[in-house]
Design a protein around this ligand. Structure first.
Ligand code: RAT
Ligand code: ZN
Length: 400
């Protein structure tokens, strides 16, 4: 092998990625597909930063057009101030990766230059080496669900997942929607399962997902729908993905930018894994406080797989720390990252940033075993990275 560091960098940059959690939609579904620098600047991570950095009037801001909002974000966070936060650096990564010279330029100038690139989502997938992304699909959102009325998009690239939060936060609405779609049912449990079966056939999801705060997690096993949902997931052979520790609307005025962190009791996660040993559980926790316990739980339950650095955890300093911990406790038996991208262009920065961190962490671990006379080969590194970026996901989702 040439130089270890260079070999790892090359392999990490060339390995295909299966992005297990995004909020992306195919370009053909125009109403929901987001791309371009204006959308990148309108990311809710940046909006929260703008609100707390300036005294801008929040209601007035939200009434502006997207381009007006991006203009303000560019001026306030990138020109009047030094763009040092992770979300700001992400924008700089995208611009520099696309060779757009942004120094001393206004938003309009950058936007013009960016639009001329006419970047397609397939080009972006290629830049980031992404083969598949899993979307977040809410079967209780009629407008969004229209995606599945006409599948003239690449269903091998954009895989579906069923987001079931509404059953736990807005049951009446869900039951109404189920009743409009299902004619014959015995009781409400039967109704929900029949509706899930219908949307399953329409979308072919690779997993079902739920985000829960502590209270919801605590009462989860007592929920009257949960046993049947687990039975149904087992029949379908798809995992349940649990996104734990979000506290929705800590600041309501901020809208989508207003969610925060909750403290969760992971004993409840362990109990879920024990009570449903035949179901597969994917899990990501939002708070740093939960990462150690979550990693230990992934050593204790065969049906539990950790994935990604979710949202507030997606900060380089935390990733470095916890990625090391995960390798120390789990070897390579986890899914290290997902992008959570809402705008296709964000794939560029989310994955670029992570690849740099992963390469450095892997280098330290390989170096250490080399010092203990282990002969690590290029092929073995390729296999390892492919597990992390692709195969662990593919296997856990039972895909071929
Ligand atoms: O990361 C985000 O963009 C959040 O707003 C959420 O969408 C979160 O990832 C979720 O899936 O609930
Ligand atoms: Zn998400």
């Amino acid at each position: 092998m040439k130089n270890l560091k260079q070999t790892i960098n090359e392999i990490v940059n060339e390995t295909e990625i299966f992005d297990i959690h995004t909020h992306l939609f195919p370009a053909e579904f125009k109403k929901y597909h987001l791309s371009g620098i204006s959308e990148v600047l309108n990311y809710h991570y940046l909006i929260a930063e703008l609100f707390t950095t300036t005294n801008i009037n929040i209601k007035k801001f939200y009434r502006l057009t997207n381009e007006e909002k991006s203009n303000i974000i560019w001026e306030e966070l990138f020109r009047k101030r030094t763009p040092l936060s992770e979300a700001c650096k992400g924008v700089l990564t995208i611009l520099s990766q696309l060779s757009i010279d942004y120094i001393s330029k206004s938003f309009d100038e950058i936007n013009n230059e960016y639009s001329k690139l006419n970047l397609t989502d397939l080009q972006i997938f290629k830049i980031s080496k992404i083969t598949k992304v899993v979307m977040t699909n809410n079967p209780f959102d009629k407008s969004e669900w229209q995606l599945f009325n006409n599948k003239k998009w690449d269903t091998k690239k954009y895989l579906a997942s069923l987001r079931l939060d509404d059953i736990f936060t807005n049951l009446d609405k869900c039951l109404d929607i189920c009743k409009k779609n299902i004619d014959h049912f015995d009781n409400e449990n039967d109704l929900i399962i029949k509706y899930l079966e219908k949307v399953y056939l329409e979308s072919k999801p690779v997993y079902a997902a739920l985000s829960l705060n502590n209270l919801q997690l605590k009462s989860f096993l007592k929920n009257r729908f949960v046993p049947d949902i687990f039975k149904w997931l087992e029949r379908k052979n798809i995992p349940l993905s649990l996104l734990l520790g979000v506290k929705r609307q800590v600041n309501r005025e901020f809208l989508l930018a207003g969610d925060g962190i909750d403290k969760v009791d992971l004993n409840n996660l362990s109990e879920i894994c024990n009570q449903y040993p035949n179901n597969k559980i994917l899990c990501s926790c939002l708070s740093l406080n939960d990462q150690h316990e979550l990693t230990v739980l992934a050593r204790k339950h065969q049906n539990l797989k950790i994935f990604g650095f979710w949202w507030f955890m997606n900060q380089p300093s935390l990733i470095k720390l916890i990625l090391n911990l995960r390798i120390e406790l789990l070897g390579l038996n986890f899914i290290p990252q997902h992008s959570d991208a809402r705008v296709t262009d964000q794939l560029i920065y989310k994955w670029f940033h992570f690849k740099v961190l992963l390469s450095n962490v892997l280098y330290d671990h390989y170096k250490e075993i080399q010092l203990k006379n282990f002969k690590i080969s290029e092929n073995q590194i390729s296999d390892d990275v492919s597990k992390l970026f692709y195969k662990n996901t593919q296997n856990f989702l039972n895909l071929s």
